[in-house]
Design a protein around this ligand. Structure first.
Ligand SMILES: Nc1nc2c(ncn2[C@@H]2O[C@H](COP(=O)(O)OP(=O)(O)O)[C@@H](O)[C@H]2O)c(=O)[nH]1
Ligand SMILES: [Mg+2]
Length: 313
């Protein structure tokens, strides 16, 4: 089995290669570094989807370290940036699945744009937690498409997890209510609610998401306890806008970065964590139920700047 670090490394290869090449070409180790050099670096970080504000912060910190004589080589630059990015990603809760609700079930709502991996992630989480001995139930609240309900039902059969599904076109909030009631009555530890993909720009759909959350609270007071946004690693800075808009409707408590097994970009996670202070809980690393791993801020940051970790391959 490949190490998690090498998987992150492969997933971030494209971004990392251009960042490393950029640092090599901008900074020489024989001449003093100029303000212009640092400005170039800032541009590189923006191109890597780190966002304007994060890029400026990273570069300011680097300049300061340089002025104090703390960094002198190009490798130092990458190490310093990896350290800073690790700190940004180390939002409380990163890599932790959840804090169980005082009164079970803990309800986890999965939200996100179409195709980002909500349904697959629901199945992966169900599989993972059942392996940990927890009683899990899935709710299929993507009632817009019959195929979407079938997809989750199919996954449920595959990972051997009960699924509460509504009829196609039924009210997703009603399905969520039924599922929450059943999960409570049947002594489930966790209810995972899969929702329809929605563009953050479509107001009616976003309002409906708010309704789903409020309805769940009627069946299980305090729920949903967790609301996790799936973010496709291949998407650029638009991910920040998505996260911001979703968090206005339902307070997000976690991110899942999916498709990190492809040659994604992934840099946009950094500005999301910085701005919204949401921890990344898991990384999706493939299409099977076992392809999910707790997120590691340090591995991610080191992979992004191709900093070698001691003991890594
Ligand atoms: N390679 C890869 N594919 C994924 C991952 N997560 C989801 N997918 C694929 O992405 C597509 C959309 O996933 P789905 O869960 O249906 O997205 P949803 O619309 O948000 O529910 C499917 O073909 C999944 O198999 C992942 O971590 N890695
Ligand atoms: Mg889906």
């Amino acid at each position: 089995m490949k190490s998690l670090f090498s998987i992150f490394k492969n997933g971030l290869q494209k971004t990392a290669t251009s960042l490393v090449r950029g640092v090599q070409s901008v900074f020489t180790e024989t001449k003093p570094w100029t303000a212009e050099d640092f400005e170039h670096l800032e541009g590189l970080l923006i191109q890597a989807d780190l966002g304007v504000v994060t890029a400026a912060e990273l570069v300011n910190d680097l300049k300061e370290r340089y002025d104090r004589g703390k960094i002198a080589t190009r490798e130092d630059i990458r190490r310093a940036m990896a350290e800073d990015v690790t700190k940004i990603l180390e939002v409380a809760g990163a890599g932790n699945p959840f804090t169980p609700a005082a009164k079970p079930p803990t309800v986890v709502l999965l939200v996100g744009v179409n195709g980002t991996g909500k349904t697959t992630t629901a199945a992966k989480l169900a599989h993972l937690w059942q392996q940990d001995g927890l009683k899990v139930m899935l709710a299929a609240c993507d009632t817009f498409r019959a195929a979407a309900v079938e997809q989750l039902v199919h996954w449920g059969a595959r990972v051997n997890c009960p699924v509460v599904a509504g009829k196609p076109n039924s009210d997703p909030a009603a399905v969520a209510f039924d599922a929450a009631t059943r999960a409570r009555n049947e002594g489930m530890d966790i209810l995972l609610v899969d929702t329809a993909g929605r563009q953050h720009t479509r107001k009616a759909l976003m309002d409906e998401l708010g309704k789903i959350a409020r309805t769940i609270a009627k069946a299980c007071p305090g729920a949903p306890h967790e609301v996790w946004l799936t973010v496709d690693a291949g998407i650029g800075t638009n991910a920040v806008t998505q996260a911001r808009e979703f968090s206005k409707i339902v307070p997000l408590t976690g991110l899942i970065i999916t498709k990190l097994d492809g040659t994604g970009r992934g840099g946009s996670l950094v500005p999301i964590c910085r701005e919204l202070r949401i921890p990344v809980r898991f990384a999706g690393l493939g299409e099977r139920e076992t392809d999910l791993q707790p997120f590691r801020p340090d591995f991610f940051a080191q992979a992004l700047f191709e900093v070698k970790v001691t003991g890594s391959p």
